[in-house]
Write a protein that binds this ligand. Structure first.
Ligand code: PLP
Length: 344
């Protein structure tokens, strides 16, 4: 039996509700990159929409279009990666909101909108210090003039101003916010204040209320992935459990059907796993099978590699911390050999 990633719709919805309650009145944009953080985008979009999510973040236009195809009702979809002209055309036809962080990209968005007779919904990105795409502070007013001119000609609507935080220190994030607020003030002085102002992702949205804008872009916490070295989150639980099947014994120990080919890093040897008789240890990780300490389990029994703790297993972030990475990476590395199964 192949390993399974068992995903709980109920917990996903509960997490979304906990995040929304925490960040209100800031609007939730649910971030869906990397196949909804490895959980499967179709299920994630459908479930989130049933929970009333109105904004989806798709990373690039291809991701945004995929979300648009899955959506059952109208909703806003935001794609922020710089894209080709062909992608811009598709995005305009499918009413994808575009995140724009360079003058070059802005120019192409405006010219494609003109050619198609469309109005591009743009969220302009200010560089608040991360130097990862974003209009520089010194260029902001000139770029804003281009935006306002395009608005007057009907090819663009400035619906948002946004940026991304380093989350390395509170002081740096505070400085970034000052730059962000300055950019919004400058935008407002040349026209309408953009409605959607978004700066924060999971950690800052949750822990730094003073940094939240009118919208918060949250991925990890909605999927129940806490920050590495971060505390537990009230009302948020892991939504996915990775299970492997007992194949037999290996000396005094137990052989289970999961390995590095499934995306399980072999450096996780030594970590705890959950079984019906409680916590055991993962002794070694091979390509397609691994050894779990102790015997007495039946062939066909399920072992939890990570999850919400029901069988004594730890969460994905705890595994990640042991090898110096983040919980998202444990989930997004799982290969298609791992069957995604939706449970209640
Ligand atoms: C990934 C990402 C997010 C969401 O980050 P989380 O920490 O998973 O909530 C938000 N904004 C941008 C630009 C991102 O790339």
């Amino acid at each position: 039996m192949r390993p399974e990633l068992r995903i709980s719709s109920r917990r996903f919805i509960a997490n979304i509700e906990a995040v929304r309650a925490r960040i209100a009145p800031s609007e939730l944009m649910l971030v869906m990159k990397d196949d909804a953080y490895g959980h499967g985008i179709t299920w994630a979009v459908e479930t989130a929409q049933s929970a009333g999510v109105d904004w989806f973040g798709g990373y690039d236009v291809a991701g945004g279009l995929e979300i648009r195809r899955i959506l059952e009702r109208p909703a806003r979809v935001f794609a922020w990666a710089t894209s080709t002209d062909a992608e811009i055309d598709e995005a305009l036809l499918q009413q994808i909101d575009l995140g724009v962080g360079t003058d070059e990209y802005l120019g192409r968005v405006i010219s494609r909108a003109r050619i198609l007779g469309a109005t591009a919904r743009v969220h302009l990105k200010i560089d608040t210090g991360l130097h990862r795409n974003g209009v520089l502070v010194e260029d902001w007013s000139e770029t804003m003039a281009v935006v306002r001119a395009a608005e007057r000609s009907g090819s663009l609507e400035l619906v948002g101003v946004w940026s991304h935080l380093a989350e390395a220190s509170d002081a740096e994030d505070d400085d970034a916010q000052q730059v962000f607020l300055g950019a919004i003030a400058a935008a407002a002085s040349s026209g309408d204040e953009p409605q959607w102002q978004h700066l924060t992702a999971s950690a800052a949205s949750w822990w730094r209320p003073e940094l939240r804008g009118s919208m918060s872009r949250v991925g990890a916490f909605c999927y129940g992935i806490r920050s590495a070295d971060g505390p537990d989150l009230e009302g948020v639980e892991p939504i996915a459990e990775l299970t492997a099947t007992v194949l037999g014994t290996s000396g005094d120990d137990t052989l289970v059907g999961i390995g590095s080919f499934d995306g399980l890093p072999s450096t996780l040897a030594g970590m705890p796993v959950g079984t019906r008789s409680g916590t055991r240890r993962l002794l070694s990780i091979g390509p397609t099978s691994s050894v779990v300490s102790g015997d007495g389990l039946e062939i066909g029994d399920q072992v939890s590699v990570f999850g919400a703790g029901g069988r004594g297993e730890c969460d994905a972030t705890t595994l990640a911390e042991s090898i110096g990475t983040v919980g998202e990476e444990i989930l997004t590395r799982l290969t298609p050999r791992v069957r995604r199964v939706v449970v209640d």
